[in-house]
Design a protein around this ligand. Structure first.
Ligand code: SF4
Length: 225
């Protein structure tokens, strides 16, 4: 298969250059919750990206500044909202390197891991094969409106993804719509969270207080959701 441009520009991770004391990755520790509150499982630990950027352009978010491709005096991150992916066949080799070095506690740092099924479904299938004893302890990000297809969450869980961070942002629909320029689809958040839990995946809900349009009552609404 021909390499995509990202694979040519950034052809893999130099894990071997990371400093360590006795064993690779032993200077890196997962947050305690990610290690299931077991100090022994906190290290070795690694974070990996399977894509760069985000196709959404939320006003408050700076993540897409890494995609900036102009010399305008002021760069506005939301103007460069696109994603670049390593192919699943390419990036699984990086997971394999981590697993071969004993790393099972892994953060997938992608802003929107569960978005494009063309990438995440084959990658989850490849991870599933490596998670035979359910030893992988992975977490990843999704938005509430991008977990759609039935059965997907079971595949995600089988891949060893045991936590999903969901960008809920605001309990009030019109504020969510405003910050995402209307790209945030209307979903029943409680139903989504329930489905994630039913798939045996924990939810880490992300909220922002003080978004454009927020006032005391909307903040209270978000808090009480
Ligand atoms: S969906 Fe998330 S990562 Fe993407 S632009 Fe909005 S806040 Fe940023």
């Amino acid at each position: 298969m021909p390499q995509n441009k990202l694979e040519i520009d950034l052809p893999g991770y130099a894990w071997d250059l990371l400093p360590y004391k006795k064993e690779p990755f032993d200077l890196y520790r997962a947050p305690l919750w990610h290690a299931e509150y077991n100090q022994e499982k906190r290290t070795p630990y690694a974070a990996i990206q399977t894509s760069l950027g985000c196709k959404f352009g939320c006003d408050f978010c700076m993540i897409n500044i890494i995609n900036r491709n102009d010399n305008d005096e002021i760069g506005v991150a939301g103007n460069y909202s696109f994603m670049r992916h390593w192919s699943p066949e390419f990036i699984i080799k990086e997971f394999d390197k981590l697993i071969s070095m004993g790393v099972k506690t892994i953060k997938i740092t992608d802003e929107m891991f569960l978005l494009n099924p063309k990438f995440y479904i084959p990658l989850c299938n490849l991870l599933k094969k490596r998670n035979k004893n359910d030893e992988l302890m992975i977490w990843a990000y999704s938005r509430v409106d991008t977990i759609k297809k039935p059965g997907i969450l079971n595949l995600v869980r089988d891949a060893g993804i045991k936590w999903l961070a969901l960008g809920i942002e605001s309990g009030r629909k019109n504020i969510r719509f405003e910050i995402s320029k209307g790209k945030f689809q209307d979903v029943d958040i409680k139903t989504v969270v329930q489905k994630v839990h039913e798939a045996d995946i924990e939810v880490m809900a992300n909220y922002i207080y003080g978004l454009p349009g927020d006032d005391r009552s909307s903040i209270a609404e978000t808090l009480n959701k």
